[in-house]
Design a protein around this ligand. Structure first.
Ligand code: GDP
Ligand code: ZN
Length: 307
């Protein structure tokens, strides 16, 4: 039978049967699901699987994972492996706040690259619009809008933008990611009554003794109109699968200026005659985006040295 993975860790997954809509607790059958060892978690919320029921009611065995349409994953430093946070999503919403906690554009830069790497369509949510939104925040968001990424503005206090966002996610499988404190739980609760509580209960049950849950949870939207995948509150999004010399490909506004670099294979750091640095100086590339690039470059070069 075919099923949908809702959540799970280690070897136990909550799987919803596509035909009977019943939830089962499934284990992986032997070594049949040969999915490689580069991954922190073999299955992610959003995965379609083949399973068979066991005699014990509510228990099943997983036999096979179907191919993924797309995936959002980060490098898990502790586990030294790729951690998949969500798959088969129609859209991934990346949440930020204008302040309290401060606006963190570098989280967006990373989240959007990792999503694109996994072929996931994205949208940005600026939550807490009832607080002061500075012109610097607007300017930085404009860059993403110019790339064609929609920016939704919401407030759980004034309820601004909730209907528009609701319309954008109804009937879809929508992921939500954001750093702690930006209001992800509040927003999910405002959009899907009880969502926050549901994910909190699941995390508490699954975490057993850990301080925080470190995995995503998929829950249905009201009236069987799609799902949401709530990712864990993320402190850092580390890149994977990108070579340092290719990093500039992921910064669309670097493309044209990099054609004017004196050196072929210029990394746009200390090299003389760099078209990208020239563009930063002239304000054609936002200096903060360049800063983001430099930090990612340092991280990738460090990682490459280790292998
Ligand atoms: P999470 O860590 O991203 O899940 O964030 P929470 O939903 O727990 O919210 C963190 C804090 O921000 C809480 O004190 C919320 O009451 C507050 N908060 C959430 N949304 C808004 C909003 O739209 N405006 C304001 N001013 N505060 C908000
Ligand atoms: Zn250059």
């Amino acid at each position: 039978m075919k099923g949908l993975v809702l959540w799970g860790i280690n070897n136990i997954f909550a799987v919803e049967g596509l035909e009977d809509h019943q939830k089962r607790e499934c284990r992986i059958k032997g070594k049949k699901m040969n999915l490689g060892t580069r991954f922190y978690n073999p299955l992610s919320p959003g995965d379609y699987v083949e399973f068979e029921d066991l005699e014990e009611p509510g228990q099943g065995l997983l036999i096979k994972r179907y191919d993924r349409r797309n995936s959002f994953a980060r490098w898990n430093k502790k586990g030294r492996a790729i951690q998949t946070l969500g798959v088969n999503m129609d859209i991934l919403f990346c949440l930020v706040s204008p302040n309290s906690p401060p606006f963190r554009p570098r989280f967006l830069d990373r989240a959007l690259i990792l999503a694109e790497l996994g072929k996931v369509k994205t949208g940005i949510i600026l939550n807490k619009t009832d607080l002061n939104v500075s012109s610097q925040v607007e300017e930085r968001l404009k860059i993403f809008e110019n790339f064609g990424i929609p920016v939704y503005r919401t407030s759980c206090v004034s309820r601004e933008g909730l209907e528009t966002l609701q319309a954008a996610l109804t009937g879809k499988t929508a992921g939500f990611t954001g750093q702690s404190g930006v209001g992800k739980s509040s927003l999910l609760n405002a959009l899907i009554p009880g969502a926050g509580q549901q994910t909190a209960e699941i995390s508490a049950k699954m975490a057993r003794g850990r301080h925080t849950t470190n995995f995503s949870i998929m829950i249905p939207q009201a009236g069987n109109s799609g799902y949401i995948i709530d990712t864990p509150g993320i402190r850092e999004l580390l890149l994977w699968g990108i070579r340092s010399q290719d990093l500039d490909h992921w910064f669309p506004e670097f493309l044209e200026p990099s054609e004017h670099c004196s050196f072929k294979g210029c990394r746009h750091l200390q090299e003389p005659g760099c078209g990208v640095k020239q563009a930063v100086q002239e304000g054609r590339i936002h200096s903060d985006r360049y800063e983001s690039y430099c930090r990612m470059m340092t991280e990738l070069m460090e990682a490459e040295k280790k292998y």
